[in-house]
Write a protein that binds this ligand. Structure first.
Ligand SMILES: [Zn+2]
Length: 238
């Protein structure tokens, strides 16, 4: 299968579904990681273009760990709005990846970029096979199944599906730690975040908590989007 994870910012994917992507990759599936923005406000000191370029490098390095292709649509972090060009860009990106499965943000989330990314993926999914919506990439022949990953700290998220990532937790951590610039950003911006905290603490607690719910050491959790176009009898998660 072709698997596409779409997040708003570099590191969203690693926090919420990198273990699942690593597992897919190990099983021989082709993985794509796309971020809508470059994360170009993610520094208190660097100019926007410099931090944007750095964060794309970090994301590409993380993707390379599992042999995934990284795509950045290069929209502005926290100033991401939908217009016709954005919609066409997303359709073209999905057509390039020809995914069987898309993992993306939950429609309900704390961050507007996350919610808009999720909304656009939902909105365009039925458009990707339509030839009368032309893009550089040819229309897809099938519709992917969509799974939503968790919002920050799993707030209000009741999973329908779990993936055992016990054997892939170290890979997930390694991928997350590629986002080195964000360690400083967390310390600069979030009250209560201190040098004593490990950068991976929340991610570890969340994977343990979801693991506890399904009887394994570490897991990632998803909600399957079931609408009339996307019904399939088989589970496509690894
Ligand atoms: Zn984000």
């Amino acid at each position: 299968m072709n698997i596409l994870a779409v997040g708003a910012h570099p590191d969203d994917i690693e926090i919420n579904c990198a273990g699942t992507l690593a597992k897919y990759a190990a099983q021989g599936h082709k993985v794509f990681i796309c971020t809508a923005t470059s994360g170009n406000i993610g520094s208190a000191t660097l100019p926007k273009d410099e931090i944007g370029a750095l964060r794309k490098q970090e994301a590409a390095k993380s993707a390379a760990i599992i042999g995934a292709e990284y795509i950045c649509l290069d929209y502005d972090d926290e100033l991401f709005y939908e217009d016709v060009n954005v919609r066409i860009d997303f359709i073209n990106m999905v057509r390039h990846c020809k995914p069987d499965v898309i993992l993306t943000h939950n429609p309900h989330d704390y961050n507007p970029d996350h919610m808009l990314t999720s909304k656009i993926i939902n909105d365009i999914e039925v458009m990707i096979p339509i030839a009368k919506i032309p893009t550089a990439e040819a229309p897809c022949e099938t519709l992917p199944v969509i799974y939503y990953f968790e919002p920050a700290k799993g707030m209000g998220f009741i999973p329908t599906d779990y993936v055992d990532i016990t054997d892939f937790f170290e890979t997930k951590k390694k991928m997350f730690l590629c986002h080195e610039s964000q360690q400083q950003w967390m310390a600069d911006n979030y009250a209560g975040y201190s040098a004593e905290d490990t950068f991976t603490a929340d991610m570890t607690i969340q994977a343990q908590y979801r693991g506890m719910q399904c009887g394994v050491k570490y897991a990632e959790a998803f909600i399957r989007c079931n609408d009339a176009y996307r019904m399939t009898p088989s589970r496509l998660l690894p």
